[in-house]
Design a protein around this ligand. Structure first.
Ligand SMILES: [Zn+2]
Length: 91
């Protein structure tokens, strides 16, 4: 793993979380923004996708799942097991 950056000088204050999935376990890297109702999906490793209002993003395709949000309540992540979006817990 790369070392964590303390803070990025991004123009937007978006927090990023990244989950390293066990190989082959990500089937759909998809998220939904609760603010603008966009559904976004990252389909390949460098496929960085932002929602319409820019509050959330997903990245990493099927290799890893990286997502960001301005507020954690903005973000819903697709759960392949339940076939539904679910809230992200901030841990
Ligand atoms: Zn949005």
């Amino acid at each position: 793993m790369k070392k964590k950056k303390s803070s990025t000088s991004s123009k937007k204050k978006i927090k990023a979380k990244m989950t390293q999935a066990p190989q082959g376990s990500i089937l759909i890297n998809r998220a939904k923004c609760t603010k603008c109702d966009s559904i976004i999906e990252s389909k390949s490793v460098h496929d960085f996708v932002e929602c319409k209002c820019g509050r959330i993003f997903v990245d990493g395709g099927l290799t890893y799942q990286r997502f960001g949000f301005k507020e954690i309540s903005d973000l819903l992540i697709w759960n392949c097991a339940t076939n539904d979006f679910e809230k992200v817990t901030n841990n």
